[in-house]
Design a protein around this ligand. Structure first.
Ligand code: SAM
Length: 213
């Protein structure tokens, strides 16, 4: 896991991952997640500066956004979103209890493998029988976040995979860049889930945590 100080360094300047320009990702995430989050109480892990809280989670009844970077959290608070409050904390230490949905969008991929195992076990314990939405890059270079490995961990720990959605395509090799751009044309996003596995960059998993025995 990276530390609060390391993530604060990323946030020296606002929007270090150019998330505010990722309008296509916002659109796809909104479509995939709307049925899971509408009128629900959501715990948004690794919320950063609150970009998704504002653009994607605005239909949730309430959102608690948690991020390890207090610099990012200060910016999120300044948005003054009516349905959200923000806290600076390591999500591995935060309580997962009493939310309808936990959303972990592009943040669990920063954990080591043992930390990810501990994270999933914590979800199973404190969020039993409820919805977990988790996304990250599943491409080859992040081998430990690959699809097969994730599915293996989910099923081993008793999570039920409800659905997964492709969020974006990888820009390598350069020929893929053309398709990655074409998919952004109106309605072309409907083809995302039909793309071959090796072209997929980010994927969202909708899971149900195991029910208590
Ligand atoms: C790539 S950004 C993603 C931000 C946002 N979820 C999005 O997708 O637009 C990853 C965020 O996760 C946060 N993060 C990483 N590990 C964390 C942890 N253990 N606890 C809380 N936040 C964490 C980082 O500070 C950073 O803001």
């Amino acid at each position: 896991m990276r530390t609060a100080a390391e993530f604060n360094l990323y946030y020296t300047a606002p929007d270090p991952w150019h998330i505010s320009h990722a309008r296509f990702r916002d659109k796809v995430l909104r479509r995939c997640m709307k049925s899971f989050i509408r009128d629900k109480s959501v715990l948004e892990l690794g919320c950063g500066e609150g970009h998704l809280t504002q653009t994607v989670f605005r239909k949730a009844r309430s959102v608690v956004g948690i991020d390890i970077s207090d610099v990012a959290i200060a910016r999120a608070k300044s948005l003054e979103l009516p349905n959200a409050r923000f806290e600076s904390a390591d999500f591995l230490q935060a309580s997962f209890e009493n939310y309808d949905v936990i959303a972990a969008i592009e943040c669990v991929n920063y954990l080591s493998l043992p930390e990810r195992g501990a994270f999933l076990e914590k979800v199973a314990r404190e969020h039993a029988g409820k919805i977990l939405l988790i996304s990250g890059p599943i491409v080859d270079y992040t081998r430990h976040f690959g699809h097969k490995r994730l599915m293996h961990e989910f099923t081993t720990l008793g999570f039920k995979s409800l659905r997964f959605y492709n969020l974006s395509l990888y820009w390598h090799p350069p020929s893929s860049r053309i398709i990655a751009n074409l998919i952004k044309l109106p309605l072309a996003h409907t083809l995302l889930d039909w793309m071959p596995e090796q072209m997929v960059y980010q994927r969202l998993y909708a899971l149900r945590a195991p029910k208590p025995a």
